[in-house]
Design a protein around this ligand. Sequence first.
Ligand SMILES: Cc1cc2nc3c(=O)[nH]c(=O)nc-3n(C[C@H](O)[C@H](O)[C@H](O)COP(=O)(O)OP(=O)(O)OC[C@H]3O[C@@H](n4cnc5c(N)ncnc54)[C@H](O)[C@@H]3O)c2cc1C
Length: 386
Amino acid sequence: MDFSLNDEQKMMIDTVRRFIAEELKPLENEVEDKGFLDNATALAIHAKGKALGLYGMNMPVELGGGGLSNMDRILCEEQFGHTTDILIRRAFGNVYEPLLHCKGGQVERWLKPAVEGTRTCAITITESGAGSDAAGIKTHAKKTETGWVLNGSKHFISDGEWSDFFLVSAKTGEKEISMFMVDKGLPGFTVGKDQKMMGLRGTPHLELFFDNVQLEPLALLGGEGQGFKLAMGALNVVRLAQVGARAVGKATHVCELMLNYAGDRKQFGQKIGDFQMVQQQLADSVIEINAARWMVYQAAWMLDQGLDAREQIAMVKVHAAETLGRVVDRAVQVFGGMGFCKELSIERYYRDARIYRIYDGTSEIHRGVIAKSALKKGAALFDVNR
Ligand SMILES: Cc1cc2nc3c(=O)[nH]c(=O)nc-3n(C[C@H](O)[C@H](O)[C@H](O)COP(=O)(O)OP(=O)(O)OC[C@H]3O[C@@H](n4cnc5c(N)ncnc54)[C@H](O)[C@@H]3O)c2cc1C
Protein backbone atom coordinates (compact mmCIF):
# COMPACT_ATOMS: atom_id res chain seq x y z
CA MET A 1 0.00 0.00 0.00
CA ASP A 2 1.32 3.39 -0.97
CA PHE A 3 -0.74 6.30 0.25
CA SER A 4 1.58 9.09 -0.86
CA LEU A 5 -0.30 11.62 -2.98
CA ASN A 6 0.81 12.24 -6.55
CA ASP A 7 1.13 15.73 -8.08
CA GLU A 8 -2.29 15.53 -9.74
CA GLN A 9 -3.96 14.66 -6.47
CA LYS A 10 -2.16 17.48 -4.67
CA MET A 11 -3.26 19.91 -7.39
CA MET A 12 -6.87 18.66 -7.18
CA ILE A 13 -6.94 19.11 -3.39
CA ASP A 14 -5.46 22.56 -3.75
CA THR A 15 -8.06 23.55 -6.37
CA VAL A 16 -10.98 22.34 -4.23
CA ARG A 17 -9.53 23.96 -1.12
CA ARG A 18 -9.11 27.30 -2.90
CA PHE A 19 -12.61 27.10 -4.39
CA ILE A 20 -14.12 26.46 -0.96
CA ALA A 21 -12.12 29.27 0.64
CA GLU A 22 -12.88 31.83 -2.07
CA GLU A 23 -16.39 30.91 -3.24
CA LEU A 24 -18.16 29.03 -0.46
CA LYS A 25 -16.74 30.09 2.91
CA PRO A 26 -17.84 33.74 2.42
CA LEU A 27 -21.45 32.51 2.07
CA GLU A 28 -21.55 30.39 5.24
CA ASN A 29 -22.67 33.06 7.72
CA GLU A 30 -25.44 34.36 5.50
CA VAL A 31 -26.85 30.85 4.96
CA GLU A 32 -26.63 30.22 8.69
CA ASP A 33 -28.41 33.47 9.57
CA LYS A 34 -31.13 33.22 6.95
CA GLY A 35 -31.58 29.46 7.12
CA PHE A 36 -31.60 29.12 3.35
CA LEU A 37 -29.48 29.70 0.27
CA ASP A 38 -31.18 32.03 -2.18
CA ASN A 39 -31.77 30.76 -5.70
CA ALA A 40 -29.56 33.26 -7.51
CA THR A 41 -26.55 32.42 -5.33
CA ALA A 42 -27.32 28.70 -5.60
CA LEU A 43 -27.31 28.90 -9.39
CA ALA A 44 -24.14 30.97 -9.41
CA ILE A 45 -22.12 28.50 -7.31
CA HIS A 46 -23.65 25.61 -9.25
CA ALA A 47 -22.23 27.15 -12.46
CA LYS A 48 -18.85 27.81 -10.85
CA GLY A 49 -18.64 24.28 -9.45
CA LYS A 50 -19.44 22.84 -12.85
CA ALA A 51 -16.80 25.00 -14.51
CA LEU A 52 -14.27 23.42 -12.15
CA GLY A 53 -15.04 20.01 -13.71
CA LEU A 54 -15.84 18.32 -10.41
CA TYR A 55 -19.64 18.30 -10.56
CA GLY A 56 -20.77 14.67 -10.33
CA MET A 57 -17.13 13.75 -9.79
CA ASN A 58 -18.01 10.18 -8.79
CA MET A 59 -19.76 9.52 -12.11
CA PRO A 60 -18.05 8.08 -15.23
CA VAL A 61 -16.52 10.49 -17.75
CA GLU A 62 -18.61 8.96 -20.60
CA LEU A 63 -21.71 10.28 -18.82
CA GLY A 64 -20.21 13.71 -18.32
CA GLY A 65 -19.00 13.10 -14.76
CA GLY A 66 -15.61 13.62 -13.18
CA GLY A 67 -14.64 9.94 -13.40
CA LEU A 68 -12.65 10.04 -10.17
CA SER A 69 -11.39 6.91 -8.46
CA ASN A 70 -12.73 6.27 -4.98
CA MET A 71 -9.45 7.49 -3.52
CA ASP A 72 -9.51 10.76 -5.47
CA ARG A 73 -13.15 11.25 -4.63
CA ILE A 74 -12.62 10.93 -0.92
CA LEU A 75 -9.69 13.37 -1.10
CA CYS A 76 -12.19 15.92 -2.47
CA GLU A 77 -14.89 14.91 0.01
CA GLU A 78 -12.46 15.47 2.84
CA GLN A 79 -12.11 19.09 1.66
CA PHE A 80 -15.90 19.36 1.35
CA GLY A 81 -16.08 18.75 5.10
CA HIS A 82 -14.47 22.18 5.58
CA THR A 83 -17.72 23.93 4.67
CA THR A 84 -21.47 23.41 4.93
CA ASP A 85 -23.64 20.73 3.37
CA ILE A 86 -25.88 22.94 1.26
CA LEU A 87 -23.00 24.84 -0.37
CA ILE A 88 -21.33 21.58 -1.37
CA ARG A 89 -24.61 20.21 -2.73
CA ARG A 90 -25.01 23.20 -5.03
CA ALA A 91 -21.40 23.47 -6.16
CA PHE A 92 -20.55 19.81 -6.65
CA GLY A 93 -23.91 18.02 -6.78
CA ASN A 94 -24.95 14.87 -5.04
CA VAL A 95 -25.29 12.28 -7.76
CA TYR A 96 -26.14 9.00 -6.09
CA GLU A 97 -24.41 5.82 -7.28
CA PRO A 98 -27.63 3.75 -7.43
CA LEU A 99 -28.51 5.77 -10.55
CA LEU A 100 -25.71 3.92 -12.35
CA HIS A 101 -28.15 0.99 -12.55
CA CYS A 102 -30.24 2.97 -15.07
CA LYS A 103 -30.75 1.10 -18.33
CA GLY A 104 -32.14 2.01 -21.79
CA GLY A 105 -34.44 5.04 -21.73
CA GLN A 106 -33.70 5.62 -18.06
CA VAL A 107 -30.20 6.81 -18.91
CA GLU A 108 -31.34 9.87 -20.91
CA ARG A 109 -34.31 10.59 -18.65
CA TRP A 110 -32.72 10.37 -15.19
CA LEU A 111 -29.05 9.40 -15.10
CA LYS A 112 -27.48 11.79 -17.61
CA PRO A 113 -29.39 14.91 -16.49
CA ALA A 114 -28.40 14.12 -12.89
CA VAL A 115 -24.73 13.87 -13.85
CA GLU A 116 -24.95 17.03 -15.99
CA GLY A 117 -26.59 18.84 -13.09
CA THR A 118 -29.72 19.79 -15.02
CA ARG A 119 -31.89 17.58 -12.79
CA THR A 120 -31.21 16.90 -9.12
CA CYS A 121 -32.05 13.62 -7.40
CA ALA A 122 -32.76 12.92 -3.72
CA ILE A 123 -32.77 9.50 -2.10
CA THR A 124 -35.83 8.54 -0.09
CA ILE A 125 -35.78 5.47 2.09
CA THR A 126 -36.73 6.67 5.59
CA GLU A 127 -40.33 6.82 6.81
CA SER A 128 -41.73 7.99 10.13
CA GLY A 129 -42.16 4.33 11.14
CA ALA A 130 -39.04 2.92 9.46
CA GLY A 131 -35.58 4.44 9.91
CA SER A 132 -32.84 2.00 10.95
CA ASP A 133 -35.15 -0.79 9.90
CA ALA A 134 -35.10 0.28 6.25
CA ALA A 135 -36.88 -2.91 5.22
CA GLY A 136 -39.80 -2.09 7.54
CA ILE A 137 -41.25 0.52 5.19
CA LYS A 138 -44.97 0.82 4.48
CA THR A 139 -44.74 2.66 1.15
CA HIS A 140 -45.75 0.22 -1.55
CA ALA A 141 -46.12 0.04 -5.31
CA LYS A 142 -48.75 -2.13 -6.97
CA LYS A 143 -48.27 -3.44 -10.48
CA THR A 144 -50.96 -2.45 -12.99
CA GLU A 145 -51.45 -2.95 -16.72
CA THR A 146 -49.80 0.40 -17.42
CA GLY A 147 -47.04 0.35 -14.82
CA TRP A 148 -47.22 0.92 -11.06
CA VAL A 149 -49.32 2.78 -8.50
CA LEU A 150 -47.32 4.21 -5.62
CA ASN A 151 -48.76 4.92 -2.16
CA GLY A 152 -47.11 5.92 1.10
CA SER A 153 -44.91 8.59 2.60
CA LYS A 154 -41.27 9.40 3.43
CA HIS A 155 -39.63 11.88 5.76
CA PHE A 156 -36.32 13.62 6.53
CA ILE A 157 -35.54 13.77 2.81
CA SER A 158 -32.43 15.90 2.33
CA ASP A 159 -32.63 18.54 -0.36
CA GLY A 160 -36.15 17.48 -1.33
CA GLU A 161 -37.11 21.04 -2.19
CA TRP A 162 -34.45 21.55 -4.86
CA SER A 163 -34.71 18.02 -6.23
CA ASP A 164 -36.46 17.24 -9.51
CA PHE A 165 -36.84 13.52 -8.96
CA PHE A 166 -36.55 10.99 -6.16
CA LEU A 167 -35.22 7.48 -5.74
CA VAL A 168 -38.04 5.93 -3.71
CA SER A 169 -37.95 2.57 -1.94
CA ALA A 170 -41.32 0.78 -1.95
CA LYS A 171 -42.63 -2.67 -1.14
CA THR A 172 -43.61 -4.57 -4.29
CA GLY A 173 -44.43 -7.78 -2.46
CA GLU A 174 -44.77 -9.16 1.05
CA LYS A 175 -41.04 -8.90 1.67
CA GLU A 176 -39.81 -7.62 -1.68
CA ILE A 177 -38.62 -4.01 -1.95
CA SER A 178 -37.99 -2.19 -5.22
CA MET A 179 -36.62 1.23 -6.11
CA PHE A 180 -38.45 3.71 -8.30
CA MET A 181 -37.50 6.99 -9.92
CA VAL A 182 -40.34 9.39 -9.22
CA ASP A 183 -40.57 12.81 -10.86
CA LYS A 184 -41.71 15.77 -8.82
CA GLY A 185 -45.00 17.15 -10.07
CA LEU A 186 -46.62 13.79 -10.84
CA PRO A 187 -50.32 13.83 -9.87
CA GLY A 188 -50.73 12.54 -6.32
CA PHE A 189 -47.12 13.31 -5.33
CA THR A 190 -47.01 16.12 -2.76
CA VAL A 191 -44.26 17.65 -0.73
CA GLY A 192 -44.93 18.26 2.97
CA LYS A 193 -43.28 20.49 5.53
CA ASP A 194 -39.61 21.24 5.95
CA GLN A 195 -38.62 19.40 9.13
CA LYS A 196 -36.39 21.90 10.94
CA MET A 197 -33.12 20.43 12.22
CA MET A 198 -30.62 21.45 14.93
CA GLY A 199 -27.91 21.84 12.29
CA LEU A 200 -27.25 21.74 8.56
CA ARG A 201 -28.99 25.10 8.22
CA GLY A 202 -29.87 25.82 4.61
CA THR A 203 -30.52 22.19 3.63
CA PRO A 204 -34.25 21.46 3.68
CA HIS A 205 -35.41 18.06 4.98
CA LEU A 206 -38.84 17.27 3.67
CA GLU A 207 -41.79 14.99 4.07
CA LEU A 208 -43.08 13.41 0.85
CA PHE A 209 -46.52 11.93 0.24
CA PHE A 210 -47.56 9.53 -2.51
CA ASP A 211 -51.27 9.15 -3.07
CA ASN A 212 -52.04 6.81 -5.98
CA VAL A 213 -49.10 8.11 -8.00
CA GLN A 214 -49.12 6.45 -11.44
CA LEU A 215 -45.66 5.36 -12.50
CA GLU A 216 -44.67 4.09 -15.93
CA PRO A 217 -42.75 0.78 -16.16
CA LEU A 218 -39.57 2.76 -16.95
CA ALA A 219 -39.64 4.19 -13.41
CA LEU A 220 -38.48 0.88 -11.90
CA LEU A 221 -34.72 0.91 -11.18
CA GLY A 222 -33.05 -2.49 -11.49
CA GLY A 223 -35.26 -5.58 -11.54
CA GLU A 224 -38.39 -6.03 -9.49
CA GLY A 225 -37.25 -6.58 -5.91
CA GLN A 226 -33.65 -5.85 -6.91
CA GLY A 227 -33.41 -2.07 -6.87
CA PHE A 228 -33.37 -1.81 -3.11
CA LYS A 229 -30.49 -4.25 -2.74
CA LEU A 230 -28.58 -2.49 -5.52
CA ALA A 231 -29.23 0.86 -3.90
CA MET A 232 -28.16 -0.25 -0.43
CA GLY A 233 -24.94 -1.69 -1.90
CA ALA A 234 -24.20 1.45 -3.85
CA LEU A 235 -24.85 3.64 -0.82
CA ASN A 236 -21.84 2.12 0.89
CA VAL A 237 -19.51 4.40 -0.99
CA VAL A 238 -21.76 7.38 -0.20
CA ARG A 239 -21.30 6.53 3.47
CA LEU A 240 -17.53 6.46 3.11
CA ALA A 241 -17.40 9.68 1.13
CA GLN A 242 -20.12 11.87 2.55
CA VAL A 243 -19.88 10.77 6.15
CA GLY A 244 -16.40 9.27 6.67
CA ALA A 245 -14.28 11.60 4.56
CA ARG A 246 -16.34 14.70 5.30
CA ALA A 247 -16.19 14.00 9.04
CA VAL A 248 -12.41 13.79 8.82
CA GLY A 249 -12.31 17.06 6.86
CA LYS A 250 -14.60 18.83 9.29
CA ALA A 251 -12.70 17.53 12.32
CA THR A 252 -9.43 18.69 10.72
CA HIS A 253 -10.84 22.15 10.10
CA VAL A 254 -12.16 22.49 13.64
CA CYS A 255 -8.95 21.10 15.14
CA GLU A 256 -6.93 23.68 13.21
CA LEU A 257 -9.13 26.46 14.59
CA MET A 258 -8.70 25.00 18.07
CA LEU A 259 -4.88 24.82 17.72
CA ASN A 260 -4.72 28.44 16.53
CA TYR A 261 -6.89 29.60 19.40
CA ALA A 262 -4.88 27.65 21.98
CA GLY A 263 -1.71 29.23 20.63
CA ASP A 264 -3.22 32.70 20.77
CA ARG A 265 -5.50 33.02 23.78
CA LYS A 266 -3.77 33.99 27.02
CA GLN A 267 -5.00 33.46 30.57
CA PHE A 268 -2.94 33.67 33.79
CA GLY A 269 -0.28 35.40 31.70
CA GLN A 270 0.33 32.46 29.40
CA LYS A 271 -1.09 30.80 26.31
CA ILE A 272 -3.85 28.37 27.15
CA GLY A 273 -2.07 25.89 24.84
CA ASP A 274 0.70 25.76 27.46
CA PHE A 275 -1.67 24.20 30.00
CA GLN A 276 -1.38 20.42 30.02
CA MET A 277 -5.12 19.88 30.33
CA VAL A 278 -5.67 21.86 27.14
CA GLN A 279 -2.76 20.07 25.47
CA GLN A 280 -4.36 16.72 26.18
CA GLN A 281 -7.49 17.82 24.32
CA LEU A 282 -5.38 18.97 21.38
CA ALA A 283 -3.29 15.80 21.32
CA ASP A 284 -6.28 13.45 21.57
CA SER A 285 -7.96 15.28 18.70
CA VAL A 286 -4.88 15.07 16.48
CA ILE A 287 -4.39 11.35 17.24
CA GLU A 288 -8.02 10.44 16.57
CA ILE A 289 -8.25 12.45 13.35
CA ASN A 290 -5.06 10.88 12.09
CA ALA A 291 -6.42 7.37 12.75
CA ALA A 292 -9.78 8.17 11.16
CA ARG A 293 -8.15 9.57 8.02
CA TRP A 294 -6.08 6.42 7.45
CA MET A 295 -9.17 4.30 7.95
CA VAL A 296 -10.96 6.31 5.26
CA TYR A 297 -8.00 5.98 2.88
CA GLN A 298 -7.76 2.25 3.50
CA ALA A 299 -11.42 1.70 2.70
CA ALA A 300 -11.20 3.84 -0.46
CA TRP A 301 -8.10 1.94 -1.53
CA MET A 302 -9.96 -1.36 -1.00
CA LEU A 303 -12.85 -0.16 -3.18
CA ASP A 304 -10.40 0.85 -5.92
CA GLN A 305 -8.87 -2.66 -5.75
CA GLY A 306 -12.34 -4.13 -6.28
CA LEU A 307 -12.34 -5.53 -2.73
CA ASP A 308 -15.41 -5.80 -0.51
CA ALA A 309 -15.03 -2.91 1.95
CA ARG A 310 -18.46 -3.06 3.63
CA GLU A 311 -17.14 -3.87 7.09
CA GLN A 312 -14.29 -1.36 6.84
CA ILE A 313 -16.79 1.30 5.82
CA ALA A 314 -18.99 0.44 8.80
CA MET A 315 -15.91 0.92 11.02
CA VAL A 316 -15.12 4.22 9.29
CA LYS A 317 -18.72 5.40 9.73
CA VAL A 318 -18.55 4.88 13.49
CA HIS A 319 -15.00 6.03 14.11
CA ALA A 320 -14.96 9.12 11.86
CA ALA A 321 -18.39 10.32 13.02
CA GLU A 322 -17.52 9.83 16.70
CA THR A 323 -14.07 11.39 16.28
CA LEU A 324 -15.73 14.45 14.79
CA GLY A 325 -18.14 14.55 17.73
CA ARG A 326 -15.32 14.43 20.27
CA VAL A 327 -13.22 17.01 18.42
CA VAL A 328 -16.03 19.60 18.14
CA ASP A 329 -16.90 19.04 21.78
CA ARG A 330 -13.29 19.70 22.81
CA ALA A 331 -13.22 22.74 20.52
CA VAL A 332 -16.18 24.29 22.35
CA GLN A 333 -14.32 23.66 25.63
CA VAL A 334 -11.01 25.09 24.45
CA PHE A 335 -12.73 28.18 23.04
CA GLY A 336 -14.54 28.61 26.36
CA GLY A 337 -17.46 31.05 26.20
CA MET A 338 -16.55 31.94 22.63
CA GLY A 339 -17.11 28.30 21.71
CA PHE A 340 -20.70 28.66 22.80
CA CYS A 341 -21.15 32.09 21.26
CA LYS A 342 -22.69 32.57 17.83
CA GLU A 343 -20.06 35.17 16.94
CA LEU A 344 -17.75 32.29 16.01
CA SER A 345 -18.44 29.21 13.90
CA ILE A 346 -17.49 26.64 16.58
CA GLU A 347 -21.03 26.28 17.95
CA ARG A 348 -22.28 25.69 14.37
CA TYR A 349 -19.73 22.93 13.82
CA TYR A 350 -20.82 21.42 17.13
CA ARG A 351 -24.45 21.31 15.99
CA ASP A 352 -23.65 20.17 12.45
CA ALA A 353 -21.42 17.34 13.69
CA ARG A 354 -24.18 15.63 15.66
CA ILE A 355 -25.98 14.19 12.66
CA TYR A 356 -22.91 12.22 11.49
CA ARG A 357 -23.59 9.58 14.17
CA ILE A 358 -27.18 9.22 13.03
CA TYR A 359 -27.74 9.32 9.29
CA ASP A 360 -26.53 6.72 6.80
CA GLY A 361 -26.92 4.12 9.53
CA THR A 362 -26.58 5.03 13.23
CA SER A 363 -23.44 4.15 15.18
CA GLU A 364 -25.45 1.40 16.90
CA ILE A 365 -26.50 -0.19 13.61
CA HIS A 366 -22.93 -0.17 12.28
CA ARG A 367 -21.54 -1.50 15.56
CA GLY A 368 -24.03 -4.34 15.20
CA VAL A 369 -22.75 -5.09 11.69
CA ILE A 370 -19.13 -5.04 12.88
CA ALA A 371 -19.78 -7.22 15.92
CA LYS A 372 -21.67 -9.87 13.91
CA SER A 373 -18.92 -9.96 11.35
CA ALA A 374 -16.18 -10.14 13.99
CA LEU A 375 -17.94 -13.03 15.74
CA LYS A 376 -18.07 -14.84 12.41
CA LYS A 377 -14.66 -14.04 10.96
CA GLY A 378 -12.62 -13.54 14.12
CA ALA A 379 -9.38 -11.58 13.92
CA ALA A 380 -9.33 -11.88 10.12
CA LEU A 381 -11.72 -8.93 10.11
CA PHE A 382 -9.22 -6.50 11.56
CA ASP A 383 -5.81 -8.17 11.26
CA VAL A 384 -4.59 -7.38 7.74
CA ASN A 385 -1.76 -9.91 8.09
CA ARG A 386 -4.04 -12.94 7.98
C1 LIG B 1 -30.63 15.64 8.82
C2 LIG B 1 -31.13 14.31 8.32
C3 LIG B 1 -31.06 14.01 6.97
C4 LIG B 1 -31.55 12.80 6.48
N1 LIG B 1 -31.56 12.57 5.11
C5 LIG B 1 -32.18 11.47 4.66
C6 LIG B 1 -32.38 11.28 3.25
O1 LIG B 1 -32.00 12.13 2.42
N2 LIG B 1 -33.03 10.15 2.84
C7 LIG B 1 -33.48 9.20 3.71
O2 LIG B 1 -34.05 8.22 3.26
N3 LIG B 1 -33.30 9.35 5.05
C8 LIG B 1 -32.69 10.47 5.53
N4 LIG B 1 -32.54 10.64 6.90
C9 LIG B 1 -32.98 9.60 7.81
C10 LIG B 1 -31.85 8.91 8.55
O3 LIG B 1 -31.14 8.04 7.71
C11 LIG B 1 -32.48 8.19 9.77
O4 LIG B 1 -32.81 9.23 10.69
C12 LIG B 1 -31.57 7.18 10.42
O5 LIG B 1 -31.38 6.06 9.59
C13 LIG B 1 -32.12 6.69 11.78
O6 LIG B 1 -33.45 6.34 11.68
P1 LIG B 1 -34.51 6.94 12.73
O7 LIG B 1 -34.31 8.40 12.78
O8 LIG B 1 -35.86 6.46 12.35
O9 LIG B 1 -34.10 6.34 14.13
P2 LIG B 1 -34.51 4.90 14.70
O10 LIG B 1 -34.25 3.84 13.69
O11 LIG B 1 -35.87 4.97 15.28
O12 LIG B 1 -33.46 4.73 15.86
C14 LIG B 1 -33.63 5.32 17.16
C15 LIG B 1 -32.52 4.81 18.05
O13 LIG B 1 -32.62 3.39 18.21
C16 LIG B 1 -31.41 2.78 17.85
N5 LIG B 1 -31.65 1.49 17.20
C17 LIG B 1 -32.54 1.19 16.23
N6 LIG B 1 -32.43 -0.08 15.85
C18 LIG B 1 -31.43 -0.61 16.57
C19 LIG B 1 -30.80 -1.89 16.63
N7 LIG B 1 -31.17 -2.88 15.83
N8 LIG B 1 -29.79 -2.05 17.50
C20 LIG B 1 -29.38 -1.05 18.31
N9 LIG B 1 -29.91 0.17 18.30
C21 LIG B 1 -30.92 0.39 17.43
C22 LIG B 1 -30.74 3.76 16.87
O14 LIG B 1 -29.36 3.54 16.78
C23 LIG B 1 -31.14 5.08 17.49
O15 LIG B 1 -30.24 5.38 18.51
C24 LIG B 1 -32.06 11.85 7.39
C25 LIG B 1 -32.12 12.15 8.76
C26 LIG B 1 -31.70 13.36 9.22
C27 LIG B 1 -31.85 13.68 10.68
